[in-house]
Design a protein around this ligand. Sequence first.
Ligand code: G3P
Ligand code: CA
Length: 269
Amino acid sequence: MSADRPGRSSSPKASRFLGRGPSGGQPLGVAHRGASKESPENTLAAFRLALHLGAEAVECDARRTRDGHVVVIHDHALDRTTDGRGPVESHTLSEIRGLDAGRWFGPQFAGERIPLLAEVLEAVRGKALVKLEIKNDPVPYEGIEQQIVDIVRGLGMEDEVFVMSFDHECVRTVHALAPRLATGILYSGRLVDAPHAAQAAGADALCVHRGYVSPRDVARAHAAGLGFFVWTVDDEETLRHCVAWEVDGVTSNDTRLMLRVLGAARPGA
Ligand code: G3P
Ligand code: CA
């Protein structure tokens, strides 16, 4: 963590995610839903490719099946990224596991499945950090915060996982259940007092849509002791702005471009 930024959190729990930027190192490069430009999002294939390319962190989305299993998929409905139909929570794990989550992206990915959250975490453990988004819409998954805390703790990954959500009550609950876990509030817009919103949720960082980022916002977050992450950036100019503005991390679908701009590409990958 950068030592020369007044007000930055010195909490060891968040130190692997925060305090990057030029004075403390490059921003953390986060592969959004895995290497999702080149492989089917939120599948083990996408996370493995992100690791192969050299990503320091991956992002994934958590939802819950009808019989209570936490799985990794972005949409509320199965339709876009699988050969199934309807909401995730209307299907059992067994039904979900029978779906193909890769063929929609390309025939070479046929047979990819919707993974359990635990499978994704195990695939990444010790190799990269995980930014885990709890999707808690359009209806809340009652009690999913405790389940996620239990899964992360069960795998001994409290120092490797950052939990975030657009549902800030959900973030607050995670923080109350597991104060050691790093957390962030997601939003798309310009909040009048974003640091206050983060503090109200007990969060360590702001996770902001790329359209609402300015150097002033970044400096304000840092002055309040908060980290600043930007999503989802797929163009070189904005990636370079993120570096110049000393954000703590940036999330991209284009893992190769992101790692090249951050100077973190793995040679030969
Ligand atoms: O990393 C945050 C970002 O993933 C939030 O938006 O819709 O891509 O989950 P979404
Ligand atoms: Ca997400």
